[in-house]
Design a protein around this ligand. Structure first.
Ligand SMILES: NC(=O)c1ccc[n+]([C@@H]2O[C@H](COP(=O)([O-])OP(=O)(O)OC[C@H]3O[C@@H](n4cnc5c(N)ncnc54)[C@H](O)[C@@H]3O)[C@@H](O)[C@H]2O)c1
Length: 260
């Protein structure tokens, strides 16, 4: 399978480099499409349109805007699409547009978290009464363009952890597009945006990013406590994410004997 990668940042550059090294059997890097001023080191950069002609699967590692503009074109061109910026799917119109496009198929990367399979099973068995995800990150990486100066200053100079936002998963995902992809992932796994409450906590002392997911329902009680090393290059992302992408590609290319 020939894989095209969009975005040469903290996730895309690692995915492309590992594919080029042969990290996934029977998967070959077709090329990388990026918007950076310099071509990524040693990786074959190619225009997006050329990628559509050569790739079987395109991996989006470029952000919500890129997914919204390029996603439907990828699917309409007959390429499958693996989405990393799952937070973009909080936009119901975009979600429906992508699912309605084709003949390519849409796949979602589990990204920075796990447990989504069990949450999906529990939701399928019966109602989940409460699902919560609390994300804690370095305070500085949570400052958003919509925050006023006071709010931004409070985060920059916080001496103790501060809960910056708590609310429905869709609202929190939209407010923290680079940091709350995980809230979208949980909502998409349980197929119910309304049952999922998300909170974002800024911790001035946080060396790592943590996500605590809890769920309660007829199937049982679930708690996943995840702590990730942040990426050096893009601290809002975690270092494990490219490897989640590679694992997803492996599952698609080599589908025998993998968990479903
Ligand atoms: N699902 C998850 O759990 C999860 C976890 C971490 C990050 N993410 C998301 O993954 C995405 C990538 O994260 P990152 O850390 O690699 O970001 P990054 O900022 O390091 O890199 C993004 C790259 O995309 C490129 N780009 C932007 N628009 C483009 C376009 N139209 N065509 C080609 N390239 C384009 C940029 O030039 C940059 O190289 C972000 O949207 C982030 O929110 C998801």
């Amino acid at each position: 399978m020939r894989i095209g990668v969009i975005g040469a940042g903290s996730i895309g550059a690692v995915v492309a480099a590992k594919l080029r090294e042969g990290a996934v059997p029977r998967a070959e890097l077709a090329g990388i499409s990026h918007k950076d001023p310099n071509p990524p080191d040693g990786l074959h950069a190619m225009p997006f349109d050329e990628m559509l002609d050569t790739a079987d699967l395109v991996v989006e590692c470029a952000g919500q805007q890129a997914l919204a503009t390029l996603g439907p074109r990828i699917l309409d061109a007959g390429c499958d699409l693996l989405i990393v910026s799952v937070g973009a799917l909080a936009d119901q119109q975009l979600f429906e547009r992508l699912l309605g496009a084709g003949p390519g198929a849409v796949h979602l990367s589990t990204g920075a978290i796990g447990g989504l399979d069990l949450l999906a099973a529990a939701a399928a068995m019966g109602p989940l009464h409460h699902v919560e995800i609390v994300t804690t990150k370095r305070a500085g990486s949570l400052i958003q363009p919509w925050m006023d100066d006071d709010q931004a200053r409070r985060l920059r100079h916080a001496a103790a952890p501060v809960e910056v936002m708590r609310g429905p998963a869709r609202t929190v995902t939209e407010a923290f597009p680079a940091s709350a992809n995980v809230a979208a992932s949980v909502a998409l796994a349980v197929r119910d945006w309304d049952v999922v409450e998300a909170a974002v906590v800024a911790d001035p002392a946080a060396e790592r990013t943590s996500h605590v997911i809890t769920a309660e329902g007829a199937a049982g009680h679930y708690r996943f406590d995840i702590t990730n090393q942040p990426s050096f290059r893009t601290p809002t992302s975690s270092r494990v994410v490219p490897y989640a992408v590679l694992s997803a590609i492996d599952g698609l290319v080599n589908p025998k004997g993998v968990f479903r």
